[in-house]
Design a protein around this ligand. Structure first.
Ligand SMILES: O=c1ccn([C@@H]2O[C@H](COP(=O)(O)O)[C@@H](O)[C@H]2O)c(=O)[nH]1
Length: 148
């Protein structure tokens, strides 16, 4: 058992390498979009989100090299969703599992839809679109939400 000081003294690369040696080279995504919550028999609200995320922590914590929650699908429920995201990250850390938080604001359609659904209260939001290689569909949900 390592202390947190010993853990923080290791480079991220050496921790990832050790985790991959132990669990294999799999990065598991947590993408709780509305259709997936429904498929799992959960409600598309913050309670359903929390249940989904905690099931993922239970399933993957201690069993995968690294886990990647997609922030968009938590942020769409505002600060309550962000609290679930924090709980998810804390759960992974407690299980000794590395996490990679995906917060890219210029992304594929499904995550841009979720970012656009987040209840921001600003008049404008700065975003950086993906490059041409990823297609041009991504800014549209955000533009639509802010036009409303
Ligand atoms: O180049 C990419 C493409 C997607 N992602 C992330 O993966 C999930 C979406 O996975 P799907 O299998 O398409 O549902 C989402 O979190 C994307 O941000 C990526 O990181 N890089």
């Amino acid at each position: 058992m390592q202390t947190s000081t010993q853990t923080s003294m290791q480079t991220f690369g050496s921790r990832l390498s050790a985790a991959m040696n132990q669990h294999g080279p799999l990065c598991v995504g947590i993408d709780p979009h509305a259709a997936l919550l429904r498929d799992w028999g959960l409600t598309d609200d913050v309670d359903g989100l929390r249940e989904f995320a905690l099931r993922c922590v239970e399933a993957f914590g201690g069993h995968a090299a690294i886990v990647k929650p997609q922030a968009a699908f938590f942020e769409r429920f505002g600060s309550a969703g962000v609290a679930v995201l924090e709980e998810t990250l804390a759960g992974l850390r407690a299980a000794g599992t590395l996490s990679l938080l995906d917060v890219k604001r210029g992304d594929i359609g499904s995550t841009m839809d979720a970012y656009a659904a987040a209840p921001h209260r600003a008049e404008l939001l700065a975003r950086r679109p993906l490059g041409r290689a990823h297609g041009h569909h991504h800014p549209r949900p955000a533009l639509t939400s802010f036009r409303a």
